[in-house]
Design a protein around this ligand. Structure first.
Ligand code: ADP
Ligand code: ADP
Length: 229
């Protein structure tokens, strides 16, 4: 589903590469953590999958296509297949929960009829049934993250990319968010999650890809966060 092949990413200016000859193969339906200290290259790896960045060398494949060679007009279609979730939720503050989730479908031209069907279904999947008319500031952090996950998932993408999704949440709320991401993963969506959250990684055992200074130093099935941190 996703393949990094000797991917190196240099940002402009001095310094070591943000990613240094990274090779990782992720199958459809996997759930993979990217762990490592701040600055180790986790976000860079995720952004390459969206083609928000291009590799300096090497190749990134998504669903069999080398996305660096993909024509620019095809990039929106790629991004529709990749839902995103962030630490800071990134909801539209002046829209209701339903409108936040519906917006993702409106921009890709789905019919009102389809939107009216799919949005309530998706709110139910994320545990927010009946909360569609709330505003984001009327929700807890965990509920706001559920809205963000609903928005990422409403289009039933092949892949969900989550960058520190539990970073602003207390441990108990984080467990609820992880249960939801596991549920979505079990529906067939490949999940890539960058995280510093030792407790979560150790409790929800998944494949762990550990980065240090842009290099993969560990790639372990059902790994723990690791001793060294
Ligand atoms: P992480 O997500 O693990 O914190 P990042 O991928 O954000 O790591 O960063 C990896 C390295 O690349 C760091 O040294 C960071 O400072 C650098 N970096 C990230 N984004 C940029 C950018 N837009 N311009 C220059 N350097 C960047
Ligand atoms: P995260 O917490 O997700 O790892 P970062 O703090 O690494 O995010 O980066 C936040 C934003 O700042 C990103 O858009 C990243 O590309 C940019 N950025 C990170 N490090 C640098 C840097 N050294 N120079 C310029 N931009 C950077």
């Amino acid at each position: 589903m996703i393949r990094f092949e000797k991917v190196t990413k240099n940002y402009p200016g001095p310094g070591t590469p943000a990613l240094d000859r990274v090779t990782v193969d992720i199958d459809k339906g996997e759930f993979v953590y990217f762990v490592g200290q701040s600055g180790s290259g986790k976000s860079t790896a995720l952004r390459l999958v969206l083609r928000e960045l291009r590799p300096t060398s090497g190749r990134v494949y998504v669903a069999g296509k080398e996305i660096n060679r993909m024509a620019g007009w095809k990039v929106p279609r790629l991004r529709r297949q990749v839902g995103t979730v962030f630490q800071d939720f990134r909801l539209l503050p002046n829209k209701t929960v339903t409108e936040n989730v519906a917006f993702a479908l409106q921009v890709i031209g789905k019919s009102r009829r389809e939107i009216n069907k799919v949005v309530p279904e998706t709110l139910e999947v994320v545990g927010l049934k009946g909360m569609g008319s709330r505003m984001p500031d009327e929700l807890s952090g965990g509920e706001q993250q559920r809205v963000a996950i609903a928005r990422a998932f409403v289009n039933r993408p092949m892949i969900i990319i989550a960058d520190e999704p539990t970073g602003n949440l207390d441990p108990q709320t984080s467990v609820g968010i992880m249960n939801l991401l596991e549920d979505i993963n079990q529906r067939g969506t490949t999940v890539l999650m960058a995280t510093h959250d030792h407790g979560i990684v150790d409790q929800f055992r998944k494949r762990v890809v550990e980065l240090e200074n842009g290099k993969v130093i560990r790639d372990e099935a059902a790994g723990s966060y690791g001793f060294q941190h």
